[in-house]
Design a binder for this molecule. Structure first.
Ligand SMILES: [Cu+2]
Length: 132
């Protein structure tokens, strides 16, 4: 009986050790590069509908100051763009090109004004930046 008890406690100790090793590895794999987003493209905006609640870009209107930068992060699984102007009427001021999922795009504005932008792939996606 005593021998069985010793064997049992030894194996519990071994299991305990390997569990703590596993937790340690898992914590390490959670480390990711984090980009601070001012505006995100949320999931599922590649289908119409986000325009109803004006949530194709969040927030759909953001106020900033001259010289400060705005960073967009594409949190969807589809490509999106940040392109100045309106769909069919780009102004040519800026264009991110196709942003991959989790890719970011940063711009800074030197002149005050209201800058409308849209996604070249999804006509319903539009928003604006107000530079004061
Ligand atoms: Cu899009």
């Amino acid at each position: 009986m005593i021998i069985v008890a010793i064997i049992l406690s030894v194996s519990v100790t071994i299991v305990g050790l390997s569990l703590s090793d596993y937790n340690f590895d898992e914590k390490n794999s959670d480390v990711k590069t984090i980009v601070k987003a001012d505006v995100i493209m949320p999931i599922k905006v590649s289908r119409p509908g986000c325009d109803i609640e004006d949530i194709c870009y969040i927030p759909s209107s953001i106020v900033t100051e001259k010289g400060k930068s705005i960073t967009w992060v594409n949190e969807d699984s589809s490509f999106h763009t940040v392109t100045s102007g309106f769909y069919g009427e780009p102004t040519g001021l800026f264009d991110s090109g196709y942003l991959d999922p989790y890719q970011s795009y940063t711009l800074s504005f030197d002149k005050s004004g209201t800058y409308d932008y849209f996604c070249t792939l999804h006509p319903w996606m539009k928003a604006q930046i107000i530079v004061e």
